[in-house]
Design a protein around this ligand. Structure first.
Ligand code: T3D
Length: 259
C-alpha cells in the first residue's frame, strides 16, 4: 500500500505509523486521515503485526485538523467526522493489538485525541498537550471527551477542554495523561523495548485484555466479573496458554504463537 502523507514500516512484528507532514506539525488533511485509516486497517489485517506505534515526523506529534480546511466555506463537519475521524478512532480503540503513542512533540486538538485513543503513551521531554479546539471556538472531538476524563479525571479534563491550556510533559506525567516521559534521545529505544516486549506476549490474550479493560471502565462490578469469566474461558482454551504452562514447568521462556 502506497501512502502519501504517512510512513508505514514493520519490523520485528511492530508496525510504526509515522504522520509525515512535519512542516505543519503533522496537521491532519483528508489525505493524511485517509492514509491513517488505511494504515490502521493494514496493521489490523497483518498477522505478522502484533503491536502498533503511532508517531509523528519532525518536532510535532500532531497539531490536529489542518486549519487550512476551515478556510474552505460550507464545510460538512458532521460528514467529515463520520467519514474520517470516527471510523479511525473506533478502529484504533477496537484494534485487538496494543497501540502505543510515541509522542515526540506537541499534540493538539484531534492530534491529542489520537494520542489518548492509543493504549499507552510514551512522551519525550518537551512534548506538550492541548485540547486546542476551544481556542478556535470548537469543542473536543475524535474521542477526547470519552478518553480524557477517564485518563486524567473529570475536573482536569474539563479544565483542559474549556481553556485549551497547554500542559508540558511534567504535568502530563503528574496527571497520568502519559505512562512515561523519557529524554528525546531515548524515546525510540524505550518505546521499541516496550513494543517488543508486548510483541512477544500472547496476542490473543492481549487483545482480550484490551477489550476487558475497556469494558470494565464503563460497566459495573457484576457485569465486569461476568465479562472476565467469558474472556478467561476463551484464554484458557488457547494453545498459547497450554504451552506457557508447559514452558513454566520446563523452566523455559514461553513462545506465544497467537493460537
Ligand atoms: O471538520 C473537522 O474535521 C473538525 C475537526 C476538528 C479537530 C481539530 O483538531 S480542531 C483543532 C485544530 N488544531 C489547532 O487548532 C492547533 C493549531 N496549532 C497551534 O495552536 C500551534 O501550531 C501549536 C500549539 C500546535 C504549536 O505551536 P508552535 O509555536 O510550536 O508552532 P507553530 O509555529 O504555531 O506551527 C508551526 C507550523 O505548523 C506553522 O506553519 P509556518 O508558519 O511555519 O508556515 C503553523 O501554521 C503550522 N500549523 C500548526 N498547526 C497547524 C498548522 N497548519 C495547519 N493546521 C494546523 N492545525
Amino acid at each position: 500500500m502506497a501512502y502519501q502523507s504517512l510512513q508505514y514500516t514493520v519490523e520485528e512484528q511492530v508496525a510504526t505509523l509515522t504522520l509525515n507532514r512535519p512542516e505543519t506539525l503533522n496537521a491532519l488533511t483528508d489525505e493524511l486521515l485517509a492514509d491513517l485509516g488505511e494504515a490502521v486497517k493494514q496493521a489490523e489485517r497483518d498477522r505478522d503485526v502484533r503491536v502498533v506505534i503511532l508517531t509523528g515526523r519532525g518536532r510535532g506529534f500532531c497539531s490536529g485538523q489542518d486549519l487550512k480546511s476551515f478556510g474552505e466555506g460550507g464545510r460538512d463537519i458532521a460528514g467529515h467526522l463520520d467519514r474520517y475521524y470516527h471510523p479511525l478512532i473506533r478502529r484504533l480503540a477496537n484494534l485487538e493489538k496494543p497501540t502505543i503513542a510515541m509522542i515526540n512533540g506537541v499534540a493538539a486538538g484531534a492530534g491529542m485525541s489520537l494520542a489518548v485513543a492509543c493504549d499507552i503513551r510514551i512522551a519525550a521531554e518537551g512534548a506538550r498537550f492541548s485540547q486546542a479546539f476551544v481556542r478556535i471556538g470548537l469543542v473536543p472531538d475524535s474521542g477526547s471527551s470519552y478518553f480524557l476524563p477517564r485518563l486524567i479525571g473529570y475536573s482536569r479534563a474539563l479544565e483542559m477542554a474549556m481553556t485549551g491550556m497547554m500542559i508540558d510533559h511534567q504535568t502530563a506525567l503528574e496527571w497520568r495523561l502519559v505512562n512515561r516521559v523519557v529524554p528525546q534521545a531515548n524515546l525510540e529505544r524505550v518505546t521499541y523495548e516496550l513494543a517488543r516486549e508486548l510483541a512477544s506476549g500472547p496476542p490473543l490474550a492481549l487483545g482480550m485484555i484490551k477489550r476487558q479493560m475497556a469494558y470494565g471502565a464503563s460497566h459495573n462490578l457484576n457485569d465486569s466479573l461476568e465479562r472476565e469469566k467469558d474472556f478467561q474461558v476463551q484464554a484458557a482454551q488457547t494453545e498459547d496458554h497450554r504451552n506457557a504452562v508447559e514452558a513454566f514447568f520446563a523452566k523455559k521462556p514461553p513462545a506465544f504463537e497467537g493460537r
